[in-house]
Design a protein around this ligand. Structure first.
Ligand code: GDP
Length: 455
């Protein structure tokens, strides 16, 4: 047995779904409604995440959540929505987010990114709730702001409810086609077996209390054991982003999912070449009450305990990778911690061959996702790396023997200015996008065109 204090940390929640289905609006609504509950400390803005304490959730959710029924401290929402950020962020090989909200526009139904997101949720075994968003756009809808959806749904005219139901059953049917048993959430008995679908509106806030209640219920019932952490233990986290910050140089935006990180701690971080060993110079959080998403207004903190988002300033972070693990060394042997970080990175490594295309991606996880998609399409990979497109990538792509392989596929990356010039003078074709299936499609189209030209 450990003599450390164990404690229950906040479950980490990610928001996924197709573009324009309302992910950002829903996150904004959750934050906004919480703040308008009026109490100081209704939410805490972290770097890259927002903490909503149980008390606030109970205030927002009315009868749906009673503080006494829960011992988890609340929910931590990752601020960057999208399955991209979800799938690229891991902790010890699993998903960094413990829970997810899958947002589906009730009118638009399932779309390619909905399917991609579901795929990832299924693969990672992440419990989730479906937010059937934009219920307010149902013809004849009578809005009931910030209210739980069930009474609001019951109070609609028969025609409005029938119209919404048609769309909701379409979504439930699509979930079932993908192998998920789902139902309107108020009919679900066992949320581990059945996916709850919550009609909601990120515009009016209807259904938002219900979504929070389902997430709290899911985590309280099924995830408590996983939320037990050694609070005082050496902090562990995942890099969300590597960012230059005036006065600090390269800094890390990190979500801490275990233990505590202190100013002055020695840490090991996954780097482009080797793990980086450095010492924390400062831990930064957004200033309380600063506008959400206004950057550069930080205050220093001495320590952060999981679960939390924080900015780490330390020397030598230029080559740190988004998606990589961060570990505090504390009382351990630094070589052991380096080995742990290396082992974790090795899990994400991509198989390369002697002939193939060059792949660049913004994070480790997205690199892996790209590699999986290419493998499915039977496209060999010569080199796969995290980072922007650099001159040497063009040189490497230029060495491919097959013309169809003198290609760079860039996911969510930029082309460095030097590389821009070289690209123009080379035979190498660059495809850049922030949607994986689009990149693969564009590449396949390119190959098909080359084949047509040869005939
Ligand atoms: P994202 O791309 O998934 O993050 O989608 P956004 O949150 O940016 O929303 C896309 C558009 O849909 C914006 O114009 C929003 O104002 C609108 N929208 C989002 N949620 C709702 C909703 O519940 N009702 C209505 N009527 N519009 C919404």
């Amino acid at each position: 047995m450990s003599d450390h204090d164990t404690s229950l940390r906040t479950p980490i929640v990610a928001v996924l779904g197709h573009v324009d289905h309302g992910k950002t609006s829903l996150l904004d609504k959750i934050r906004g409604s919480a703040v308008s509950e009026g109490e100081a400390g209704a939410i805490t803005q972290h770097i890259g995440a927002t903490a909503v304490p149980l008390e606030t959730i109970a205030d927002m959710a009315g009868d749906l959540v009673t503080v006494e029924d829960f011992d988890l401290p609340g929910l931590l929402f990752i601020d960057t929505p999208g399955h991209h950020s979800f799938s690229t962020l891991r902790s010890r090989g699993g998903a960094l987010a413990d829970l997810a909200i899958l947002v589906v526009d009730v009118n638009d139904g399932f779309q390619p990114q909905t399917e991609e997101a579901l795929d990832i949720l299924q693969r990672t075994g992440t419990p989730f709730v479906v937010a059937a968003n934009k219920a307010d756009t149902t013809p004849g809808w009578n809005p009931n702001e910030n209210a739980p959806i069930k009474p609001s749904y019951d109070a609609q005219s028969d025609t409005a409810r029938q119209r919404l139901d048609e769309n909701l059953y379409e979504i439930i049917g699509q979930l079932s086609d993908d192998g998920f048993s789902a139902d309107l959430y108020w009919r679900v008995q066992n949320f581990q077996k059945n996916i709850g679908v919550v009609p909601c509106s990120a515009l009016t806030g209807e259904g938002v209390p219900d979504i929070l209640a389902v997430l709290m219920g899911l985590s309280q019932r099924f995830m408590k054991a996983e939320m037990e952490i050694d609070v005082a233990g050496p902090g562990e986290g995942t890099v969300l982003e590597v960012k230059d910050q005036q006065g600090f140089g390269a800094t890390l935006d990190v979500v801490v999912y275990d233990g505590t990180i202190n100013e002055g701690d020695q840490i090991v971080v996954g780097g482009v070449n080797d793990p980086i060993v450095t010492e924390i110079r400062a831990l930064l959080q957004p200033q309380p009450n600063a506008e959400i998403r206004v950057e550069n207004r930080f205050e220093r903190v001495d320590a952060v305990a999981a679960a939390a988002g924080v900015k780490i300033a330390a020397p030598d972070l230029d080559e740190a990778m988004a998606g990589a693990p961060v570990r505090v060394v504390r009382d351990r042997d630094v070589d052991d911690v380096i080995a742990e970080v290396e082992a974790e990175l090795a899990e994400i490594e991509v198989d390369t061959e002697e002939e193939g295309v060059v792949v660049k991606a913004d994070t480790l996880g997205s690199l892996e996702a790209m590699a999986n998609a290419l493998q499915e399409a039977e496209v060999p990979i010569l080199r796969a790396e995290v980072g922007d497109v650099a001159p040497r990538d063009i040189a490497v792509a230029g060495t491919a023997r097959e013309p169809e392989h003198t290609v760079i596929l860039g996911f969510n990356v930029e082309v460095l200015p030097d590389a821009e010039r070289e690209l123009e003078q080379s035979e190498v074709t660059l495809f850049a996008d922030d949607v994986i299936y689009q990149l693969v499609e564009d590449y396949e189209e390119h190959v098909a065109e080359m084949q047509r030209a040869q005939q």
